[in-house]
Design a protein. Sequence first.
Length: 95
Amino acid sequence: MNAAYFTRKDIAFTLVKDLPKLKKKKIITVLEPSVGIGRFLPLISEFYFDKKQVIIDTIDLDADSIYLMELIISKFPLRKNIKINSILGDFLTLN
């Protein structure tokens, strides 16, 4: 059985603001290894608003969490430069 641990909003803000700016990059890929319901996705979307494309590989062990994350994103869309890849699995064992 898997347990879900939700990141507090203030912690998510603190972590995202410390991401590298990657000023010279136009296309970037971000790994979200334990996406849950996607607390970080809107923050990442806003943080990298100036990029041509941001590919976010979201991984989670729980299919219900991925379903909820995709449902939430469909109701509150991210910026148009964001592409989400949803992956069901354990990021430590994925190839």
